[in-house]
Design a protein around this ligand. Structure first.
Ligand code: C5P
Length: 228
C-alpha cells in the first residue's frame, strides 16, 4: 500500500482580511503553507504531495516547498471539497484505488510531526482515521438569534482537524457522490460518513489550529516558536 497526500490551498482566506490568501502569510520566517507541506514531506512514507492551488496563483512559486521533487500541483475549485476532489483526481494518475491518502489543510501549519506519524501508523485500519481533540468547553445549542436552547453533552464530542487519512478509492467516490448530491462537505470524514463508512478519531495536539482570523497567526507563531 502506498501513501500520498493532498493539500487544499485554493482558498482566498477572506476572513483574515489580509489582502493575501492566508496560506501565504508570513509565519516564523516562512509562509504558512511551507510549514504545513514540510511537516508532510518529513514523513518518508509519503510518496507524493499534491498541492491544490487557485487558478493563476501568483504566490506558489515564492514558497520554499514549490520545487521539492515530491510536490506537484493542480487547480482547485470554489469550495474546499471541490479542491480536495481535484487533488484526488490528480493523484489517481499515479496511485491505485487501494492506496491511502492524507488530506491536510494548507492553513494548519502547527501540526506535529509525531501526530502525523501516529496517523500514518493507522494505514490499513478500517475505513480511515481523523486527527482531532476532545471538546473541553461546555457546548450550547442556540436558535438563529442566539437564544440558548440547551446544553449538549460534550463527552463524546470531538473537534476534527486535518490530516485525515482514508483509502483513496473510497474517499474519491464518497466525495464525488456527496458533491453530486448537493451535500455540504466540510471535511473528508463528513463525505465518508454520508457514504456510510465509519472512520475513527485519533487524539492529537490541540495546537493544530486552522489559521482563520488574524489572532490565529499570532497563536500559531507562539506554538511554532515554543514547539508546544
Ligand atoms: O476556508 P477554510 O479555512 O475552510 O479552508 C481550509 C483549507 O481549504 C485552506 O487550506 C484553503 O486554502 C483550502 N480551500 C481550498 N479551496 C477552496 C476553499 C478553501 O483549497 N475553494
Amino acid at each position: 500500500m502506498n501513501l500520498f497526500a493532498v493539500v487544499p490551498a485554493a482558498g482566498s482566506g477572506q476572513r483574515m482580511g489580509a489582502g493575501l490568501p492566508k496560506q501565504y502569510l508570513a509565519l516564523q520566517g516562512r509562509k504558512v503553507i511551507d510549514w504545513s507541506v514540510r511537516s508532510l514531506l518529513r514523513q518518508p512514507e509519503i510518496q507524493r504531495v499534491v498541492v491544490v492551488l487557485a487558478s493563476r496563483d501568483p504566490h506558489w512559486q515564492t514558497t520554499l516547498v514549490h520545487d521539492d521533487p515530491r510536490v506537484c500541483t493542480t487547480v482547485g475549485g470554489p469550495e474546499r471539497a471541490i479542491s480536495v476532489l481535484e487533488g484526488l483526481k490528480a493523484l489517481r494518475v499515479h496511485a491505485k484505488e487501494s492506496d491511502w491518502v492524507l488530506v491536510h489543510d494548507a492553513a494548519r501549519p502547527c501540526v506535529r510531526e509525531a501526530d502525523i506519524q501516529r496517523l500514518v501508523e493507522q494505514i490499513g485500519q478500517g475505513n480511515g482515521t481523523v486527527l482531532g481533540a476532545p471538546v473541553i468547553d461546555t457546548m450550547k445549542r442556540t436558535d438563529a438569534t442566539g437564544h440558548i436552547l440547551g446544553t449538549v453533552d460534550r463527552n463524546l464530542l470531538w473537534r476534527a482537524f486535518t490530516p485525515q487519512l482514508f483509502p483513496l478509492g473510497l474517499l474519491y467516490k464518497a466525495l464525488k457522490d456527496a458533491l453530486s448530491a448537493g451535500i455540504t462537505v466540510t471535511d473528508e470524514a463528513g463525505a465518508m460518513e454520508w457514504a456510510g463508512y465509519q472512520s475513527s478519531m485519533l487524539e492529537g495536539a490541540s495546537s493544530n489550529i486552522k489559521i482563520t482570523r488574524p489572532e490565529d497567526l499570532e497563536l500559531a507563531a507562539f506554538y511554532l516558536s515554543h514547539r508546544l
